[in-house]
Design a protein around this ligand. Structure first.
Ligand code: RTP
Ligand code: MG
Length: 156
């Protein structure tokens, strides 16, 4: 499952290329910590076309998929495993709706409203279910198992 040694739920968060290049990483991490998430693991990495396509495989037939892959490979991303009770739904709530322009109206304090641009460049990712979280955490942190988190701080 995607629960850590504490029994708390885990989710996968990502600061997308526009967030890293826009220097929003520190602000976003401050919001994460203030919302009582524990950052269990983090990794700055660069997705290639194959990795971005595999990560967003559920959208491979969508018209926006080529643009999505180009966007996600345009620069480094910061991938984080976040832990707290109800981590998956709480992180989705904190980031806000997919379209940052709509988020600015309906959820003005959400991360996408604060730092996103539009329906594509929305600054952050969050797993949409506990099963997605499990798949996505394994995608980036294959060796991450309960009680063995200390050696996983890979860097670009
Ligand atoms: P994410 O997976 O990144 O957390 O975003 P999400 O669940 O809110 O939205 P999803 O439907 O899974 O879409 C994944 C990402 O694809 C880009 N997108 N572009 N141009 C468009 O109409 C469009 N629609 C979606 C966004 O970057 C979105 O976050
Ligand atoms: Mg999604």
């Amino acid at each position: 499952g995607n629960n850590g040694a504490s029994g708390k739920e885990r989710t996968l968060a990502m600061v997308k290329p526009d967030g890293v290049s826009g220097s929003y990483t520190e602000e976003i991490k401050r919001i994460i910590v203030e919302a009582s998430f524990n950052i269990v693991n983090e990794m700055l990495t660069q997705l290639d076309k194959e990795a971005a396509s595999a990560f967003y495989d559920e959208h491979s037939s969508r018209s926006f998929f080529p643009d999505l892959v180009a966007y996600m490979t345009s620069g480094p991303v910061l991938v984080m495993v976040l832990e707290k009770t109800d981590a998956v739904s709480d992180w989705r709530g904190l980031i806000g709706p997919t379209d940052a322009r709509k988020a600015k109206i309906s959820h003005p304090r959400s991360i996408r409203a604060l730092y996103g641009k539009d329906s594509q460049r929305n600054c952050v990712h969050g797993s949409d279910s506990t099963s997605s979280a499990e798949r996505e955490i394994k995608f980036f942190f294959k060796d991450l198992v309960s009680g063995d988190i200390a050696s996983q701080h890979d860097e670009l």
